[in-house]
Design a protein around this ligand. Structure first.
Ligand code: PAZ
Length: 309
């Protein structure tokens, strides 16, 4: 009988395109030369929990992928290569600035010589060009790889594959696990094959997803710098839960946040201390992003970790 997580993987079908993702991860990590500061795996967005094999319905969560996509941009800006592992259709670095109809409002269309020509309104040109330049630079320098998941099963398979690709980098690998991963799932052998009939109330039983941080830290990437996130809705539990996680998994940093204040306040919890990072009202009004300060501090903590290795 294997450990809990080994049984879990043994019974969880691998995603169909896993081999392709493994290949992309391998090429990307091998391509980063010795000059690269480090490679950061940023996980982002929520996972779904399908209720049926032919999935019509699933359990989901709130995560929009803001934390992950904004953080990925700041890591790139600081010279790190980024594997952005995100939930399909959640926010992505750079394009996140132009989502929804706000983007269409930045454009105008004119007919010139019988042809429709789309241009950016002059007042938005500077902003778009600034973001576009950063995006193109990340692509040209091959510093950004994006891979996607939707279900919790896909997430877990991809996470393990990413760790396998990063393990040879030792302490030059950083894991920044910002995705909101479901704690519960329906094992494949207990899941309805077809759409659950609505003839009566369904009887759905969820099981616990094993804590993957355990094998990740102790076996998959034992030399990497690992950052996990802790989200709570009860402020009284936040720091104790973050500290429990740090003691239990023995990784490097937990970033704790509350559901409703997560954009303006986080607590950085290391083995030695914990402290808050907050945005002032003035910073919020100016449109500053808390991730900039999180990444700056994280890099200081990471540099100390590297020196100690
Ligand atoms: O994706 P988002 O910006 O809407 O939310 C970010 C977050 C709250 C999911 C992230 O900061 C976080 O805490 N992730 C871990 C959640 C958890 O499993 O505890």
């Amino acid at each position: 009988m294997g450990s809990n997580w080994e049984d879990f993987y043994a019974n969880l079908p691998a995603p169909r395109d896993l081999d392709n993702s493994i290949e992309l991860l391998k090429k990307f990590t091998e391509r980063q030369g010795p000059s690269v500061r480090g490679i950061v795996l940023v996980t982002s967005g929520g996972t779904t929990v399908p209720l049926e094999h032919n999935t019509v319905r699933f359990v989901d969560n709130f995560s929009a992928g803001t934390r992950g996509s904004v953080s990925a941009e700041y890591f790139l800006e600081r010279g790190y290569a980024v594997i952005f592992m995100f939930r399909h259709k959640t926010l992505e670095p750079y394009s996140r600035h132009f989502t929804g109809q706000k983007f269409l409002e930045m454009l105008e269309t004119n007919e010139i010589n019988g042809k429709n020509v789309v241009t950016v309104l002059p007042e938005h040109s500077e902003r778009i060009s600034e973001v576009l330049k950063k995006y193109k630079q990340a692509l040209e320098q091959e510093k950004l790889l994006e891979i996607t998941f939707t279900t919790v099963g896909e997430y877990l398979w991809l996470l393990r594959a990413a760790c396998q690709a990063l393990a040879p980098l030792g302490p030059r690998a950083i894991l920044y696990l910002a995705a909101a991963v479901s704690d519960f799932y329906i094992p494949p052998n207990e899941m309805s094959v077809h759409k659950i009939p609505s003839s009566g109330p369904p009887n759905i039983s969820l099981q616990l997803v094993p804590k993957i941080l355990k094998p990740l830290v102790s076996l998959w990437v034992p030399r990497a710098f690992v950052v996990s996130f802790k989200l709570e809705t009860d402020e009284n539990l936040l720091i104790s839960k973050a500290r429990d996680a740090l003691n239990k998994y023995n990784h490097n940093l937990v970033i704790a946040n509350m559901l409703h204040t997560r954009k303006n306040k986080v607590v950085m919890v290391t083995k030695e201390k914990s402290y808050e990072i907050t945005l002032s009202n003035e910073q919020i009004e100016k449109g500053e992003e808390i991730e900039k300060y999180i990444i700056d501090d994280l890099i200081i903590i990471y540099t100390r970790f590297l020196e100690a290795h």
